[in-house]
Design a protein around this ligand. Structure first.
Ligand code: GDP
Ligand code: MG
Length: 658
């Protein structure tokens, strides 16, 4: 562990660098797996020498020449060795300058150092010469009296349950003439006397015994200089009592532990020292809670920072609309890692505080991850829908549309579910069921959109077909212009529309898996196309020039040609007048027929109810040609017919004169 570290200096200043010392010594991660030992005793009684021998530490040892020089302060070292039976770190506080002398300044430090050691340590080593045993007024007894006093005020005043500590007397330069039992007896008797003479802070404590608060223990060491080998042997034995958990005289006990995780120890100890320096009452549980709060927040921040830097390392466009491959597992692992970091350090602190801060940390992490996950779900949705449309456009035309559609829809659902599941960050993480339900809704509206598009494609195609059919058959009917014309038109409309819809059950099922409304819409499109074809034809056929041309045709067909289609050559005796009247009337029959679409039952041709619209340029079947136009046509035609009649008459007259 290297050089010792001065935790509290001679000016009673607590080092601000202790946390770094722990870090450098890899102690910060020890958690609760450590023991704390303090050493007290008169100056130059070989304390530091003993510690260095026991724990391989490097506490400063006073050399012979400088003997008597008093330094004050508390030094820290850590045991270098570990035993196979103990994995715990041992931290040692070497308390310098506690002589138990009744002097002002010294006594103040002694008291404060005792308080500090008791607030932190599990085992207090009291180092003394054998020759000091039994010296009632001796330095160490004064020190122990202070320790007892401090202990009573520290743990009893606040009415808190006292953690027990062990006081281990190490009797140095032990000669062996007086058996240890006798020395121990003497020491215990002295301790009892001191205990009884102490003013107890509360009546319940009047009958208390030392053993209620301390386990008293003894050990001896031979003279280091005179018997170096024996000394070293004894030190080896003593060391086992610190390192070997299975040793029957193992010095530590779980009841002694102050339960402050080592990473929180610098703060804890610093606060304790501050309270001591301000001569305030020490309330250890409160201090522990304060440390727990502070440390848990600190550790959570550390975990959060680590999480964020890990997140950056992943270098993916989280939270955007980009679909991220291999989304869940890396995020899951950095989430787990962050929680693990937190748990490892923070779980050693007060459970409720640990839990509170974990909840908060998890909230922050999952808040962010949930927003990322939702973005990913949105990206999954977009991509699945794109695939949906792409596969639909590439579908096998030999498979009925509704079958392809169903297959593609099922595939989209499965793909979404699988992708969302794969993107899941952790088992206990946000569930995508709400997003999936939303996706299903969106998908089903896309499915009906696809169906409508297909319907429109089919209906448009059928519409074109029906239009072609009508275009071929309507002219003959319209130009025939007899009393049945419009009944024939109506019949034609019906039969052509029905014929085209035969493969689709008369338009009630286009085999797209759509509902009645969808089918009705498809049928409507076909009907509309058919009626639009009729309307277009009628618009053409009711133009003035066209009508005029047809009137002339009809007249000339009858007037200039005979029944066999041979041109008539007028000769004498021909009844030109009768032919003229017949031909004229035949021609003029066209006008009333094409002027108004009257059926034989007297009603007017009508589009089916559901096809008619409020449109202004709708064709008015009742008045296809307005009366003024009809009148003007009649007059024009009359002039034309009259000319033909006069010409014919003239031809007859000429034939007579030859
Ligand atoms: P500390 O002030 O109690 O820490 O004492 P040190 O460890 O600095 O030792 C003070 C002096 O006592 C040094 O000169 C040591 O060589 C000497 N010393 C160390 N161990 C023993 C021991 O077991 N017996 C005696 N008599 N002297 C010792
Ligand atoms: Mg020393």
């Amino acid at each position: 562990m290297g050089k010792a570290f001065q935790v509290i200096d001679e000016n009673k200043t607590f080092s601000s660098d202790l946390a770094n010392y722990f870090k450098d010594g890899n102690l910060a991660e020890s958690g609760l797996n450590y023991h704390l030992v303090s050493v007290f005793g008169s100056q130059s009684t070989g304390k530091s020498t003993l510690l260095n021998a026991l724990f391989d530490t490097e506490f400063g040892v006073m050399d012979e020449k400088a003997r008597g020089q008093t330094t004050k302060g508390i030094w820290m070292g850590a045991a270098s060795q570990k035993s196979s039976n103990s994995k715990a770190d041992i931290i040692i506080l070497d308390v310098e300058g506690t002589d138990g002398r009744e002097r002002g300044e010294d006594q103040d430090f002694e008291r404060k150092a005792a308080l500090f050691a008791l607030a932190t340590s599990e085992v207090l080593i009291v180092n003394m010469w054998e020759s000091q045993v039994g010296l009632y007024q001796g330095a160490n007894m004064g020190l122990l009296k202070t320790v007892f006093e401090v202990n009573l005020s520290l743990f009893q005043a606040a009415n808190k349950k006292s953690p027990k500590s062990r006081i281990l007397f190490v009797i140095r330069d032990f000669l062996g003439n007086t058996p240890l039992e006798n020395l121990a007896e003497t020491l215990l008797a002295d301790l009892s006397k001191h205990w009884h003479s102490l003013a107890k802070p509360s009546p319940e404590l009047e009958n208390s015994k030392i053993s209620d608060f301390f386990d008293i223990d003894f050990s001896t060491l031979p003279h280091k200089v005179l018997l170096p080998e024996k000394f070293s042997e004894a030190v080896d034995h003593l060391r086992e009592r610190f390192l070997d958990e299975t040793h029957k005289e193992f010095v530590f006990h779980e009841d002694y532990h102050r339960n402050v995780p080592l990473d929180g120890w610098p703060m804890y100890a610093g606060q304790i020292w501050e309270q001591i320096e301000l001569n305030k009452d020490l309330d250890l549980p409160t201090q522990q809670i304060l440390v727990a709060r502070f440390r848990c927040v600190d550790i959570a921040n550390q975990a959060w920072a680590q999480f964020n830097s890990d997140l950056e390392q992943l270098d993916a466009p989280f939270g955007t609309d980009t679909l991220i491959e291999n989304f869940g597992p890396p995020l899951g692992s950095i989430r787990t890692k962050a929680l693990h970091t937190y748990d490892e350090l923070a779980s050693r602190y007060t459970k409720t505080i640990y839990a509170e801060n974990r909840f908060e940390l998890l909230g922050k992490i999952d808040g962010l991850l949930t927003s990322y996950y939702r973005s990913q779900l949105a990206a999954i949705q977009t991509s699945v829908l794109a695939i949906f449309w792409a596969s639909l456009s590439k579908r096998d035309p030999s498979v009925p549309f509704h079958k392809s559609l169903l297959a593609v829809e099922m595939f989209a659902k499965e793909s979404y579910h699988a992708a969302a599941l794969e993107a899941t960050i952790d088992k206990d993480f946000y569930s995508f069921s709400v997003e999936e339900a939303t996706f299903f809704d969106v998908l089903s509206s896309e499915v009906s959109k696809a169906r409508k598009q297909e319907m429109a494609t089919i209906a448009t195609k059928l519409g074109k077909q029906v239009k072609r059919q009508l275009g071929a058959k309507l002219p003959a009917i319209l130009t025939s212009a007899d009393e049945n014309t419009w009944d024939k038109v109506q019949k034609l409309m019906e039969t052509e529309i029905s014929a085209i819809l035969v493969p689709y059950d008369g338009g009630s099922d286009f085999h797209l898996g759509g509902d009645a409304k969808d089918n009705a819409q498809g049928k409507g499109t076909v009907e509309k196309a058919a009626w639009a074809a009729l309307d277009a034809q009628l618009k053409d056929y009711t133009r003035e020039e066209w009508l005029m041309a047809r009137l002339r045709d009809r007249f000339e067909d009858k007037f200039r040609y005979d029944a066999e289609g041979i041109p008539v050559v007028w000769t004498q005796g021909d009844d030109v007048q009768a032919a003229y009247i017949r031909s004229r009337d035949h021609a003029l029959l066209l006008l009333p027929v094409l002027s108004s679409a009257k059926l034989q039952d007297g009603t007017v041709l009508r589009k089916p109810e559901h096809l008619s619209s409020e449109n202004d340029d709708e064709i008015d079947y009742e008045e296809l040609v307005d009366p003024a136009t009809a009148e003007s046509l009649r007059a024009q035609f009359k002039r034309f017919a009259d000319t033909a009649f006069v010409d014919a008459k003239r031809a007859v007259a000429q034939s007579a004169s030859h």
